[in-house]
Design a protein around this ligand. Structure first.
Ligand SMILES: Cc1ncc(COP(=O)(O)O)c(C=O)c1O
Length: 407
């Protein structure tokens, strides 16, 4: 089914504005997506009509807020194909989800001499928590190398695996290059040596159909704000038996069954991992974002975005001085590039002057940039509301900038 993009654009108020006197072209979707009006309305409706703390109230508003909050949990369960709602934990974002696993699962099950495997493609949030854990426990961090296209070398990964591998934590789709990793194969190989697997789904959940039971991952971490939802909200999925074996993350209200000064017993999952008053408004509004994605269907979203990426590559490949970074066969709609002789930041500023919003720099993947021998890239990342004519304006802009440089 092909999508009516003009109709979809009508749902996003922020897109209809000018910057620097030019119509805004928003190509910074890998950083955060824009929000449809339904999400914005859900947020204000909550504060106007339903605002209340959840789970322990004895009044109508508390019941309503609790019901809406838990309805989002159920919607997330369905969105990623989890078996039970208890396996869905709300966090602040992908970063907090990964840190939660490092500080609970990691501290309990990963010790001196044990190995954790990540890939060269990782975002800092899937590097630093493991380095911190290794520092604390004496565990060892191993890195899967990549080829020049930005694809992991699967054979090298297999060589790294051993009975001392306790965890493999890899990105599903790279934010810097767009590479989609062969995660099903990664998970099966890791399980064969008894290791658990965490998927960083920050960039995959908005583009690719995800079924955690079919993938068989032990954990999946992702952020609402990259799927048309609010900022400051994320999800950690974990298999029931794994979550139950983990100690709690933060201590406080909600995560307990009974507290005495002598001893505290902890609540059942998922509440064991949701101490304190959660981000109720954003959780409730996130359901509207999931409804939006479901109403279009991810295959249709991906087909549209793939079409944009192909169109961009066709228009850009002939431009003198245009250097694509990350040319994997399987990609989400991320176009990373440099222009010979120009600093990415300057290119970004020149595109901004044309109303085109991109991101420049290392994209929180400094080791990956080092692998390519560069400081950073210009990144244009496409979403369902972007159009072919916007791609054409980007290509025109880049051609002008490259010509200007070569004068
Ligand atoms: C691949 C990847 N992992 C992790 C993160 C961190 O997400 P957040 O900042 O929402 O916690 C990002 C955000 O850009 C990302 O792209």
């Amino acid at each position: 089914m092909s999508l009516n993009i003009e109709q979809i654009r009508g749902l996003f108020p922020v897109l209809h504005q000018e910057v620097h006197g030019k119509p805004l072209i928003y190509f910074d979707n890998a950083a955060t997506t824009q929000k449809p009006k339904s999400v914005i309305d859900a947020l204000s409706n909550y504060y106007e009509l339903d605002n209340s703390n959840i789970h322990r109230g004895a009044h109508v508003l508390a019941d309503r807020a609790t019901r809406y909050y838990e309805e989002t949990r159920e919607a997330v369960r369905e969105f990623i194909g989890a078996k039970e709602f208890a396996e869905i934990i709300f966090t602040k974002g992908t970063t907090e989800s990964i840190n939660l696993v490092a500080k609970t699962f990691g501290r309990k099950f990963i010790g001196k001499g044990d190995e954790i495997i990540i890939s060269t493609l990782e975002h800092h949030s899937n590097i630093v928590p493991w380095q911190m854990l290794c520092e604390e426990t004496g565990a060892i961090l191993k890195i899967i190398p990549i080829n020049d296209a930005g694809e992991i070398l699967f054979g090298e990964f297999e060589k790294l695996l051993s009975p001392t591998t306790k965890l493999v934590s890899v990105v599903h789709a790279s934010n810097a290059l767009g590479t989609i990793n062969p995660v099903k194969k990664v998970i099966a190989a890791a399980h064969a040596v008894g290791a658990k697997v965490l998927l960083d789904g920050a960039q995959s959940t908005s583009h690719l159909e995800i079924d955690v039971q079919d993938l068989d991952c032990d954990f999946l971490a992702f952020s609402a704000h990259k799927i048309y939802g609010p900022t400051g909200l994320g999800v950690l999925y974990g298999k029931r038996d794994v979550l139950e074996a983990m100690p709690p993350f933060l201590g406080g209200g909600e995560m307990i069954k009974e507290v005495t000064f002598e001893k505290t017993t902890y609540n059942d999952i998922p509440f064991k991992f949701e101490a304190g008053t959660p981000n109720i408004a954003d959780v409730i509004a996130f359901k509207a974002a999931l409804d939006f994605v479901n109403s279009l269907g991810k295959p249709a979203i991906k087909a549209h975005e793939d079409g944009l990426l192909i169109h961009a590559n066709e228009l850009l490949s002939d431009i003198k001085g245009f250097v694509p970074i990350g040319t994997a066969k399987e990609k989400v709609s991320v176009l990373s590039f440099n222009i010979n002789g120009m600093h990415p930041f300057d290119v970004g500023q020149m595109l901004d002057a044309k109303g085109i919003a991109v991101r420049t720099g290392h994209h929180c993947t400094q080791p990956l940039m080092k692998r390519f021998g560069i400081e950073g890239t210009v990144r244009a990342s496409f979403s369902v509301y972007n159009t072919r004519s916007e791609i054409e304006k980007l290509a025109e802009g880049i051609a002008q900038i490259a010509r200007f440089k070569n004068k």
